[in-house]
Design a protein around this ligand. Structure first.
Ligand SMILES: [Zn+2]
Length: 408
């Protein structure tokens, strides 16, 4: 048996069992009852606090955040196009760089128990790959606290901005993990052009796709079908996500159920943030049909929205509140969206509070998952790869091995 470096004792699992968790080399190596703790490795008694797997933020915009700056009132007008254009006048002139702001937000996420995240990063004619470079640098700086997947995101459009397809291709060659897209009809007025272009990049480089779809009703549904058709034709099932998919909440129930079947058949996932002022997709209908649904915070105090705290448990509560999830089993669904379902979508294999998984965990003063979601008290300890990376809601400047924390 692997030598245990340190124990976290009297932790409560989501199913209520009290266990000791042994960690070695950043991996959970022991997870049985307290009586199994037989060697003299240091032990930290967490006295029945809930131990949950690190949270997965499936949709963020690290490059747009204003985190770390003095408060700035929302400057954009009420339309999506106004926000797109306002970004170009504000973001280049902020006193903090993309790398600094992204790093500030990463620290906020880690302090709240996030251990894995997927961020979209704007790729446009005005800024080229500059924002990508900043977020890649922040990812590198915090690689021992959190994993970061980057989507090369054509925020301003693809076909209406000739040259962006080449930039997206370059972004994938320069650190982006996925290629993105946006509203092929509403923004580009050329769904075939945009989807052929971005699916072509994904095929050439063997990367996944994550496409923003804000389009309402039948317009959005048309593009859901187009995305599913291409995914199926190219054998990309399991590698394509639709972000938002507000249209699924704005069509009839029977059409939404049919769209869910189409998505399941194609292997297209959906990520939601609860929809802001818009209609949330029917999460239960989609899950019942077999669609992989996960969640993310989306904008967090940025040029698109003054709201957001980086707390995924709070986000799960917002989704549950909006979806009228009241019973424990329903609140547990909201938690699944920000944990196991997100891990599956992001391809994180060694996930969970279980022997053999990476020790990416957090502890919280709650008796069960529904209480953790509904009350979302501060995270007591956050672990990444077996090291403590945040304590009592505060990010630690240097990760602390569990053995040092236990003997302190
Ligand atoms: Zn977004």
């Amino acid at each position: 048996m692997t030598e245990v470096e340190a124990f976290l004792t009297h932790g409560r699992l989501a199913d209520g069992r009290l266990i000791d968790i042994g960690i070695s080399g950043g991996i959970v190596v022991v997870g049985e009852g307290a009586a199994s703790r037989s060697n003299s490795a240091p032990a930290l008694d967490i006295r029945g606090d809930l131990v949950l797997p690190g949270l997965v933020d499936g949709h963020m915009h690290l490059d747009k955040t204003l985190t770390g700056l003095p408060w700035m009132g929302h400057a954009a007008g009420p339309t999506r196009m106004s926000r797109i254009e306002t970004d170009k006048t504000i973001l280049p002139h902020l006193p903090l760089s993309t790398e600094e702001r992204a790093g500030n937000l990463i620290r906020e996420c880690v302090a709240r128990g996030t251990t894995h995240l997927r961020t979209h990063v704007d790729i446009d004619l005005e800024s080229g790959l500059a924002k990508l470079d900043g977020v890649v640098a922040a990812r590198e700086r915090y690689r021992d606290r959190v994993t970061v997947q980057i989507v090369a995101f054509p925020q301003s459009g693809v076909m209406r901005c000739p040259g962006v397809l080449d930039l997206l291709d370059a972004a994938v060659r320069n650190g982006a993990d996925l290629v993105g897209g946006i509203d092929p009809l509403e923004i580009d007025r050329d769904p075939k052009g945009q989807l052929d272009g971005i699916f072509g990049i994904a095929e050439r480089h063997g990367v996944e796709l994550d496409i923003h779809l804000h389009e309402p009703g039948e317009m959005g549904l048309f593009n859901v079908q187009e995305i599913c058709a291409r995914t199926k034709a190219l054998g990309l099932g399991g590698k394509v996500t639709i972000s938002h998919g507000f249209c699924l909440g704005g069509i009839t129930e029977s059409k939404a159920a049919k769209a869910a079947e189409t998505m399941t058949d194609a292997g297209v996932a959906l990520v939601t943030h609860g929809a802001g002022g818009l209609i949330m997709p029917p999460i239960e209908t989609l899950r019942a049909a077999g669609v992989l649904v996960f969640a993310g915070n989306d904008d967090i105090r940025d040029t698109w929205s003054p709201y957001g705290t980086a707390d995924l448990l709070e986000r799960a509560a917002i989704i549950g509140w909006k979806g009228d999830f009241r019973r424990d089993a329903e609140v547990e669904v909201a938690f699944d969206l920000i944990s196991a379902a997100g891990a599956q979508a992001l391809g994180i294999g060694d996930y969970g509070v279980t022997v053999g998984a990476s020790a990416d965990l957090f502890t919280i003063a709650a008796s069960c998952v529904p209480e953790a979601v509904a009350a979302h008290p501060p995270r007591k300890l956050v672990f990444f790869g077996g090291n403590v990376v945040a304590r009592h809601g505060s990010f630690l400047p240097v990760p602390v091995p569990l053995a040092s924390e236990a003997s302190a």
